[in-house]
Design a protein around this ligand. Sequence first.
Ligand code: NAP
Length: 355
Amino acid sequence: MDFIVDRQDLRSCRVVSPPSAPLADGQVRLRIKKFAFTANNVTYGAVGDMVGYWNFFPAEEGWGRIPVWGIAAVDESGHAELPVGERLYGYLPMSTGLVLTPGRVTAHGLLDAAPHRAALPEVYNQYTRLAAEPGYDRAHDDRRMLLQPLFLTAFLIDDYLDDNDFFGATTVVLASASSKTAFSAAYLLSRNRSCSVVGLTSAPNRAFVEGLGCYDRVVGYDQVGELPAGDRIVFVDMAGDAAVLRRVHEHFGDNVAKSCQVGLTHWEERGGSEGLPGARPEFFFAPSQVDKRRRDWGAAGFQERSARAWQTFLDETADWLEIVHGRGAEAVERVYRDAVDGRIEPRQGHILSLN
Ligand SMILES: NC(=O)c1ccc[n+]([C@@H]2O[C@H](COP(=O)([O-])OP(=O)(O)OC[C@H]3O[C@@H](n4cnc5c(N)ncnc54)[C@H](OP(=O)(O)O)[C@@H]3O)[C@@H](O)[C@H]2O)c1
């Protein structure tokens, strides 16, 4: 069973059951146990044609399978090193199953070497073998699927800004402050750095963001004018809302030292960014910073630092995160539609399954 969406109209979606082909030698068939769904996944759909997210898990012409982060188990194996029952964590489609063509298989993980994925960033083609992971705790599965990929981006943003001395700024302003990616970044910035952290959010989410305790100041999107325009800022934008971007750049003017386009939670409000005062908005693509730090620190050094930061975050936060489980096509469609329309409570995290 596949949950597919119209690539030109994210509100058009349906469940299909294409016939499954027999496995070729060396392939494994996964049964997808569960996956997380947040605004990040809606963004994969919204920019799917531009960034290539539709290419991971092809569907019928004009339709696509949105990628999600989740856990699957080997259900049928044509690979000697991957027994039936082995649990994997990684990038999956919103489906009941997936066939992988493992290339490199180590004690800790594997790489899907399916030809249609070869040109895509390697970080998305890797699967972790959970049983072999040092310190693996199944109790953290849900929060890991929900938060870890987003936290990793936050870790890279925090590191990127620090690596560049915050481009001379004293304040970091984050838009869509209630998003998991933004508050993970705010958490790291507030703990590790001397800069001040300001959150921009919509009126209904303001109390939630203030309650997080990792922003020095929280204002609504219509209150940008109340912030001190003389502060030199870095703008980290998870909203991708053209009007908010313009408001921030026009208010701070040349004091926008850096403007990082990270997300698109307000995916229907995007627009041009030409001619704005201050630093030119630039897209922040997390896998590029991963590559840089792997070169700087080595793959093991990168893994060790990011894993330590993640563990601390997991230990100290997210107890308040309310995990909501949904099973079956109807539940998946309901959460999908709520996410597309921005109706998900920021204190909730949705874990879904089509099986
Ligand atoms: N570049 C990268 O490598 C990278 C990596 C990870 C994440 N990201 C991006 O960061 C963004 C945040 O992802 P997330 O999963 O952390 O989000 P999330 O936790 O699901 O964010 C939920 C928040 O986003 C806003 N929102 C969501 N849907 C909306 C809608 N339809 N209309 C208006 N506002 C909406 C609301 O915040 P407010 O009211 O506060 O605006 C809402 O509370 C995504 O766009 C994601 O793709 C980028």
